[in-house]
Design a protein around this ligand. Structure first.
Ligand code: NAP
Length: 289
């Protein structure tokens, strides 16, 4: 890495907590590879401190930053420009400075789609089943809509949250047909799932023996199903091991993490390409430590 001086340009991530973010690992690896005078720093920012943090970032000339939990929604009213995609998703994860203020977009959708786009598939014939109704599920629904999935089925453990999630897409410009279902309906839903996506933290470290779908139920998936887990610690999860055992095509959360980061870095650096392989390898090496 280059020596840090008064000329070094600052990128970063805000969150609460942010200590365990892997974004600095992949971004600083790319910056070093490109021999750029930039640094990517994690900034712990409490929810109530968000406006102060943005004013401080402006004062010290921060070029851009990622926003993670709990700031992805709360930051929207503080931005002068929000991309239509981020408005549809209702969350911003990538912010950059413009002459008139801060602008934001959502690169989680691009990150989610990247590994799917290399799979030959008639997406308009596919029903996507999404587990969970949190922030990541919103990016996944937008991604499935962009793919042109025939239907998106949402399952959550809290029916009020599921209903509110589905209703929140009513005015979306994205062509999206979402139907809500109970978690208890999994046995009826799974045989229809061409694409099954885990957007819950079930199975994430340290609860690595847990899985959102049991070994018995996962056998109900149709032939050729694609099973995607957004979790990247561990990588793969128990859920993906079970899916592999029944012959599904599996995708882990690492590629989404890398590709959403790469999209952000391109925006901040005004570059057409960034070293995605370097970013991925840095993360894999870090996770294997
Ligand atoms: P979030 O906003 O907290 O949402 C989590 C969702 O999971 C909520 O719907 C929650 O339901 C549900 N849930 C939690 N525990 C559950 C359980 N035991 N059984 C059933 N449902 C449960 O989190 P998020 O930001 O959407 O993130 C979700 C996951 O995606 C995390 O593991 C995160 O690490 C991963 N992620 C990965 C990437 C990537 O780049 N690969 C990006 C974003 C997120 P309630 O609302 O009822 O609690």
């Amino acid at each position: 890495m280059k020596e840090i001086t008064g000329k070094t340009k600052i990128l970063g991530i805000i969150g609460d907590p942010v200590e365990h973010s892997l974004s600095p690992v992949m971004h600083n690896a790319a910056i070093a590879h490109l021999n750029l005078d930039y640094i990517y720093v994690p900034f712990p920012v409490k929810p109530g401190d968000l406006p102060t943090a943005l004013a401080g970032f402006e004062a010290v000339g921060v070029v851009g930053f990622n926003a993670t939990i709990p700031h992805k929604q709360a930051i929207i009213p503080l931005l002068t420009e929000v991309s239509p995609l981020a408005r549809s998703v209702g969350a911003v994860n990538t912010v950059w400075r413009t002459p008139t203020g801060w602008a934001g977009t959502n690169t989680d959708v691009e990150g989610f789609l990247a590994p799917l786009l290399s799979i030959p598939c008639q997406w308009h014939q596919i029903k996507a089943v999404v587990l969970g109704t949190g922030g990541a599920a919103r990016a996944v629904v937008a991604g499935c809509a962009q793919l042109g999935c025939q239907e998106i089925i949402i399952l959550g453990r809290n029916q009020e949250k599921v209903a509110a999630f589905v209703a929140s897409w009513d005015l979306s410009p994205l062509p999206v047909t979402i139907t809500p279902h109970n978690w208890e309906e999994l046995p009826q839903i799974l045989p229809q799932a061409g694409l099954l996506v885990n957007c819950t933290p079930v199975g994430m470290y340290p609860h690595i023996d847990e899985t959102p779908v049991s070994a018995d139920l996962i056998q109900l998936l149709p032939p050729g199903a694609i099973v995607y887990d957004l979790i990247y610690t561990p990588c793969p999860t128990q859920f993906l091991h079970l899916a592999q055992d029944v012959g599904a095509t599996t995708i882990d959360g690492l590629e989404m993490l890398v590709c959403q980061g790469a999209a952000g870095l391109k925006t901040w650096l005004h570059r057409e390409t960034v070293p995605v392989t370097v970013m991925r390898d840095a993360l894999i090496q870090h996770l294997m430590r």
